[in-house]
Design a protein around this ligand. Structure first.
Ligand code: SF4
Ligand code: FES
Length: 284
């Protein structure tokens, strides 16, 4: 892990030479040459009647990401391109776009890892367009909110007059939902989902995976409300397990698995799997 990080962040030729001497850089890592690539950027403002693409040539290095290249264009060639981004480190989930036909995070996609010298950037499908590469996440966030994405448990309220207490959760209880809590709400799974594309009322893989995340949490005691929301003709049964959501997720979440596990809970097959966390009082 540390070795990989060193390789990526080394900037000067001297750094690279030093790392070569120390054996940290493998031969194939040094083979990417600096090169000029063409970025084809989708440009539209409002309704898509006649979408057009603007092309820009950018000089890139081994570590240049698609977001770096777009910001370079924005800073030095055409400031009018609309892009949404914030953290630049695959944490905030705001720079999702379709890159060479696949939903990806622009800040997490290195140009050296894409094939060809032309890179096409388009807005995420399945979202209403706003402008250029920016889409509207209102419905997506509403769907997430509808799943009651928080622990529901009458004992969870800490009252000042009572002793502070905490729920005891075993490592195996945590494992049941941990990967789903890594979701950064980037919407890539939603944009890759063929069911969302055909049924706009379907909550989508992200929201359903979060419904599973809280249902499987041993601190949560109220599954019923979530089940009432998802057990609907536009709900969980609409998923036909294409699996494209899981293949595009940049955080290693497997929403397709979450949906299947949630179905098991809904059908009662998993009713003995969930234990309810006990409260432990602090003695202070
Ligand atoms: S499940 Fe993955 S792809 Fe979907 S919103 Fe969360 S982080 Fe993004
Ligand atoms: S800028 Fe935050 S995820 Fe890409």
């Amino acid at each position: 892990m540390t070795e990989k990080k060193q390789i990526i962040v080394s900037d000067s030729k001297q750094d690279i030479d030093n790392e070569k001497k120390s054996g940290n850089i493998k031969k194939e890592k040094t083979e990417f040459k600096e090169k000029d690539v063409t970025l084809r950027v989708f440009r539209i403002n409002g309704q898509i009647d006649s979408p057009k693409y603007d092309e820009y040539t950018v000089s890139t290095k081994r570590w240049t990401t698609v977001l770096d290249a777009l910001l370079d264009i924005k800073n030095f060639k055409d400031s009018s391109i609309a892009i949404r981004y914030s953290c630049r480190m695959a944490s905030c989930g705001s720079c999702g776009m379709k890159i060479n036909g696949i939903p990806r995070l622009a800040c997490y996609t290195k140009i050296s890892e894409l094939s060809g010298d032309t890179i096409t950037c388009e807005p995420l499908p399945n979202f209403p367009y706003i402008r250029d590469l920016v889409t509207d996440f209102t419905t997506f966030f509403e769907n997430h909110k509808n799943m009651l994405p928080y622990v529901q448990n009458p004992k969870a309220d800490i009252k000042p007059e009572e002793k502070i207490s905490e729920f005891v959760q075993s490592p195996s209880d945590l494992d049941k939902f941990l990967q789903f809590s890594y979701c950064i709400k980037c919407g890539l799974c939603y944009s890759a989902c063929p069911t969302v594309a055909t049924d706009t009322k379907f909550p989508g893989p992200q929201a359903l995976a979060q419904a599973y995340r809280y249902t499987a949490d041993s601190r949560d005691t109220d599954m019923k409300n979530r089940f009432n929301i998802i057990d609907d003709r536009h709900g969980i049964w609409r998923c036909h397990f294409a699996g494209s959501c899981s293949s595009v997720c940049p955080k290693g979440v497997d929403p397709a698995l979450g949906i299947q596990l949630l179905r098991n809970h809904l059908l009662g097959f998993s009713k003995h799997e969930k234990t309810v966390a006990k409260l432990k009082e602090h003695s202070d």
